[in-house]
Design a protein around this ligand. Sequence first.
Ligand SMILES: Nc1ncnc2c1ncn2[C@@H]1O[C@H](COP(=O)(O)OP(=O)(O)OP(=O)(O)O)[C@@H](O)[C@H]1O
Ligand SMILES: [Mg+2]
Length: 494
Amino acid sequence: MLFKSIRVKITILYMAILATTLTSFSVILYHNVSGRLHTNMDTLLKSKAGGITKAIDTYWEASKLETIESGITPDVLKKRRNVNFAKIAQAWVREESNDPALLDIIVQIFDTDGAIIASSKNTQDLPKILRKDFISVLQGNSRFDTVGSEKENNKMTLRIFTTPVFENEKVAYIVQVASPLASIQIALNNLKVVLFALFPITVFVTGSLGAFLAKATLHPVDNMIKTIHQITAENMKLKIRVPGTKDEIQKLAETFNDMLERLDRAFTSQRQLFEDLSHELKTPLTILKGEFEVMLKKLRSQEEYESILKSSLEEINRIIKLAENLLLLARLDSKEESLEKKRLNLNLLMQGVVNNIKRLSELKNIQLLFEGNGEIPLDGDEAQLKTAFLNILDNAVKYTPQKGRIHVAVEKGRSSAKIEISDTGMGIPEEDLAQIFDRFYRVDKSRNTAGFGLGLSIAKSIVEAHNGAIEVESKASKGTTFTISLPLADIKIF
Ligand SMILES: Nc1ncnc2c1ncn2[C@@H]1O[C@H](COP(=O)(O)OP(=O)(O)OP(=O)(O)O)[C@@H](O)[C@H]1O
Ligand SMILES: [Mg+2]
């Protein structure tokens, strides 16, 4: 449960990233500092060895001059295996080992046999140089070594630089300088302690800060969850509080409220649909019941039975028509009814529909005019388009009084076809115009015309399924015009 909270997940992730970064940073820092300190030590030892060689050589040159002046051949004055040189070196080391610059530095001077010529006072710390290493130095190679030594049971590590000094391209003597690594080790240990101590503190502090920030950021989400728990189909009017954070959470709250509104509208219209449907079913069924009851009250003549059965059949047909209309709407809604599209000529199709309705209009003495010519190619479902146009024309006849006029015009535009159906009928009041395409909506229920209020909603669904649009314009007691536009064939809709 704990790990199901985003807050905990973010905090743990945050701490893990920080711990990894800190570890890498500490390791890199430690190695860098350690490398630098050791390199510095090596550079120091090298320069000290150079300094010592130079100083001894200066001493030696001075004393050599004195000896030459007293008449001894220069040949004897080589540094190699020379007792005089050894004395000079010893004198220098003794004098200079107290120099503060050499403090802590151990100096040893060897002759080419490996015997110590001179050494600073603290050479007992220095372990003996290995034979093979000494031979390598004699061959002219300088070398660095790190060795452990035990001084009064106190372990210490020394860094040693051993380098040969040449005279006439031959090794004359060997200088060895060494320094304990204690100061470097102390510095590195201190660094280690600081890094180890800082690690948990930093991770803990930033982790707690991260947890706090995550909690503050996600607080509105907790509120949303609480409100959402209270929402049911019955109280869709409830809104969640929109935080003014101008971020994704605010967007989420706004989107959720939008969705609630749409759901509320859908639920309300669904409820309305149920009410209307029950009402539409109840009327014919009540009439049927009444007629059957009248019929059963006493024995009737054949004519009476025939008349009652005829009127009952009318009611049954009405129920069947209602069921058919509802089924068609349900299929159009669920897009289950796939359109059986084929290439049509809209002009011909419309002419056929007008002919179908002609008989009805003649019954009411209504003048029916058709205007349209040429080929208007359209990809559509013939039967469904016919149903849509018939529904609109049926209305025009139904809601236009005797001796009125209905005008049907089909026109080919650049990318779409336009169909205009206008009548000189009773018109639709402005306040009803927005609702006439709603299911079961009838302008005036007391208008003495039969119908369920489904014709226009079916027409609209069919037109929209063909990527078309339907519009209405009307003036009460002047007339109504329906304008339908449908895309022409081969025109792609994006
Ligand atoms: N041409 C028109 N003139 C005046 N009113 C109209 C016209 N067409 C539609 N209406 C109004 O719009 C309402 C809805 O029309 P619709 O075709 O959906 O239902 P209906 O004709 O009442 O019933 P149904 O078509 O299901 O038999 C009608 O009841 C009518 O009041
Ligand atoms: Mg109708």
